[in-house]
Design a protein around this ligand. Sequence first.
Ligand code: SAM
Length: 225
Amino acid sequence: QLSERLAMVASFVPKNTVLADIGSDHAYLPCYLMNKGKIRKAIAGEVVTGPFEAATRNVELNGFADRIEVRLANGLQAIEGADNVETVTIAGMGGTLITSILETGKDRLTNVQRIILQPNLHAIAIRKWAVANGFCIVDEEILLEDSKIYEVLVLERGSADYSKTDLLVGPVLRRKQSNVFRAKWEREMLEWQRVINALEHAEQTEEIKRKRANLQENMEIVRKV
Ligand code: SAM
């Protein structure tokens, strides 16, 4: 049984695609998609040996060793030109780490048409990366599972120019305005207010002042969403 979070990521994978799942851990996502007959071929990339071995075992257990290749590699280095990877998924990591994986390995994305990302936090870093690298956001989802809120971003090639508000909260999520979306930003604002209050009592160095101003600006942006 796949988590709702990974099922949401899976729902954006195009039919018959060649997939690379980076940071695949147990390779649950590619195995699930292969079981559903939704993908042609997959690469499951892992940089840590424990999860790499777990992924290898799970792929063999499912009988997919000929169609899902598990590779021990850092980020997008798991992909080679000859693989003709069309879709990339990176899920369950912070937005900053996901962004650095994309930035470091962008030369491997030549044939890639769609990138599906599920950052645990800091999705703004991914949106900024997309704009700077010729991708736009074609879809977004937000979901609540086990009292945690997750965002899923779908990138395709194209140019876009997002406002500060759209970069922060997501252009598509903002349009959809779901209950979970509103709950997420209410939670964030409570947390920001708590930090702003704490910073008011700290010594007012330039850095503290900058942090406060930044949080206050974000509060203003989100209040108007
Ligand atoms: N993608 C799965 C999911 O969403 O359930 C697993 C998420 S798990 C929290 C993150 C995985 O990413 C870990 O197994 C970790 O070893 C792997 N990872 C972290 N940095 C990586 C990198 N630079 N390249 C490949 N894998 C990485």
